[in-house]
Ligand binder design. Sequence first.
Ligand code: FES
Ligand code: FES
Length: 169
Amino acid sequence: MAIKNVSVNVTINGEERCAEVEPRTLLVHYIRDELGLTGTHIGCDTSQCGACSVLVDGEVVKSCTLLAVQADGTEITTVEGIGQVDRLHPIQQSFWEKHGLQCGYCTPGVMIAAIGLLKQNPNPSDEEIREGLEGVICRCTGYQFIVEAVKHAAQLMKESEKQLVGEEH
Ligand code: FES
Ligand code: FES
């Protein structure tokens, strides 16, 4: 018996998208293969690497651990949606300035996890950053530049909030 496809609707990076998928389709495959957003990567088959991390309704989620149907009706942000070339997100700016960039494979997940961390804790210590990024793995670094970049991003975000508050008055 053929399995009936299901329709999955999401708002992704501010855009409403819809695709028909098999009920067993993982969110990461839906994002990459159906919606064509290939900045979200698959780095393992054990839910450990975090390369597939996205924000679902503002929470960091490993998109290989969720079925696409479970994300129906949610708001998703992938790495493609966090900034623009001429207007980088503070986390992108900081990774650039503080040399936090690793390879293109792991960095998107690390940046998404860092955004989730800073939302929960806008002023994290080095230790808290390392703990907060435990779910995203790069085998090639000691994470020091990443920690510096996240701290710098926290500072930039504070400054831009101040600017916004200043603009209001
Ligand atoms: S692909 Fe490795 S945690 Fe999702
Ligand atoms: S996995 Fe990307 S640089 Fe290590």
